[in-house]
Design a protein around this ligand. Structure first.
Ligand code: SF4
Ligand code: SF4
Length: 104
C-alpha cells in the first residue's frame, strides 16, 4: 500500500489511506487493556500547539491507542491510559511532543 499523504494537503483519500494502514498494524490495543496508567507513569507527553502540524503520525503509532485525532485538528492524549513510553515524541516529524516528568 502506498501512502499518498502530505500534512498540508490532507484530503479524504489521504485520511482513508491512514485509516487503512492503521487497521493493518499488528496490534491495535484498546485503551485500558492493562488498567489505568496515570498513577505510575514517569513521563507525560505534552503536545505543543504552536509546533504541531496536525499530521496524525503520533495517533498512528501510539501503542496504547490513547491518542485521538481528527484531520486538521490538534491530537488529544488520554492521560488516564497513556503509559509515557515516548514513542509519540520520537515519531513526531517536527518534535512537537515533549516528554516531561510527571508531576512537574
Ligand atoms: S507516551 Fe506512549 S502511550 Fe503515551 S501517548 Fe505517547 S505513544 Fe501513546
Ligand atoms: S504532535 Fe507531531 S506527530 Fe502528532 S499530529 Fe502534531 S506534528 Fe504530527
Amino acid at each position: 500500500m502506498s501512502v499518498k499523504y502530505l500534512p498540508s494537503d490532507l484530503n479524504k483519500e489521504a485520511e482513508e489511506d491512514l485509516r487503512k494502514i492503521r487497521e493493518k498494524l499488528l496490534s491495535l490495543p484498546a485503551p485500558g487493556a492493562s488498567g489505568p496508567t496515570g498513577s505510575w507513569r514517569l513521563y507525560r507527553p505534552e503536545i505543543s500547539a504552536a509546533k504541531c502540524v496536525k499530521c496524525g503520525i503520533c495517533w498512528l503509532y501510539c501503542p496504547e491507542d490513547v491518542i485521538s485525532w481528527v484531520p486538521r485538528e490538534l491530537p488529544k492524549i488520554d492521560y488516564t491510559y497513556c503509559k509515557g513510553c515516548g514513542l509519540c515524541a520520537n515519531v513526531c516529524p517536527v518534535k512537537a511532543i515533549d516528554m516531561v516528568v510527571e508531576g512537574e
